[in-house]
Design a protein around this ligand. Structure first.
Ligand SMILES: NC(=O)c1ccc[n+]([C@@H]2O[C@H](COP(=O)([O-])OP(=O)(O)OC[C@H]3O[C@@H](n4cnc5c(N)ncnc54)[C@H](OP(=O)(O)O)[C@@H]3O)[C@@H](O)[C@H]2O)c1
Length: 268
């Protein structure tokens, strides 16, 4: 399917690895110029170099913490100067936080809220005027199926995912008449560094019978248990959905949270 995004300019946050990198790959393969954003400069430059090999358009990068003060304006300025415009925004930067209400601290809430919700809100607000100028824009916010089916063991992540879904729906209605479509993806278990760094330790703590298994074996076991299709997802499977949602082929889906979880109706 031709996505019709040749010549479009995109920002993908959290794009040095995992799902964000796969989204950036899909967009450049379809002719969009892409600014990728993450904190670690070395990893970002390596990702940029890989994308440039596949790209017919411009690829640029900006090393920044999206949760820091002024980051949204700096990202938009970088997009305008490096890729010429801002038609597509994929708010993907983030990670999971394992724990319940009684084990989470004030600083856990502050950090995760800034990372997942505040940075997303600020980036949408900074990007939308540039989309309105062209009466065309696409935004995808990466959420979790926990925003629909919350698991108390991932309480902060799932409360914030619910808020992201709500922000997505409300914003979609606010800008629908401006040609801007806003959607979220409710992601299930997908094998990435985030999963390995933030989920696996919690799974191992809660499931002593998995202690002797390798990381890959634990992921295979948990993916099979929580997912009707019998396995965890891949970053490329999420990227394919995001690419459609931000494309010209999507003209009628807005305000939705697409469940991309292999049929799972629980997170672990
Ligand atoms: N994988 C899953 O099972 C799953 C499930 C539900 C939801 N999600 C969501 O999907 C998104 C992508 O997850 P993933 O699994 O692909 O994660 P990942 O492999 O850990 O990649 C995260 C990306 O975000 C960047 N990042 C993290 N914090 C950042 C910050 N403060 N500012 C800028 N960039 C930042 C990371 O680079 P730096 O560290 O260098 O900044 C990296 O490029 C996240 O929002 C996550 O919550 C994932």
């Amino acid at each position: 399917m031709e996505l019709g995004i040749t010549g479009r300019a995109a920002v993908v946050t959290g794009a040095s690895t995992g799902i964000g990198f796969a989204v950036a790959e899909e967009l450049v393969a379809n002719g969009a110029s892409v600014l990728i954003v993450a904190r670690d400069q070395n990893r970002l430059e390596a990702a940029e170099a890989k994308l440039q090999q596949k790209s017919r358009a411009k690829v640029a990068s900006l090393a920044i913490d999206v949760a820091s003060a002024g980051a949204a304006d700096r990202v938009v300025e970088a997009a305008l100067s490096a890729v010429g415009s801002l038609d597509i925004l994929v708010n993907n930067a983030g990670r999971a936080h394992a724990g319940g209400l009684m084990t989470s601290s004030e600083s856990d809430w502050d950090e995760m809220t800034m990372l997942k919700l505040v940075s997303m809100r600020r980036l949408c607000k900074a990007a939308i005027p540039h989309m309105k100028e062209k009466s065309w824009g696409r935004i995808v916010n990466m959420s979790s199926i926990g925003g629909i089916y919350p698991n108390p063991k991932l309480l902060i992540s799932h409360v914030l995912s619910g808020a992201i879904n709500n922000l997505t729906k409300s914003l979609a209605l606010e800008v629908a008449a401006d040609g801007i479509l806003v959607n979220a993806i409710g992601i299930g278990a997908v094998a990435t560094d985030n999963w390995a760094n933030n989920m696996l330790p919690a799974v191992r703590r809660n499931r002593s019978e998995l202690a002797s298994l390798s990381d890959d074996e634990v992921l295979a076991r948990v993916g099979a248990e929580m997912t009707p299709i019998g396995r965890a997802g891949t970053p490329e499977e999420i990227a394919a959905i995001a690419a459609f949602l931000v494309s010209s082929r999507n003209g009628f889906v807005t305000g939705d949270t697409i469940e991309a979880s292999g049929g799972a109706d629980r997170f672990m």
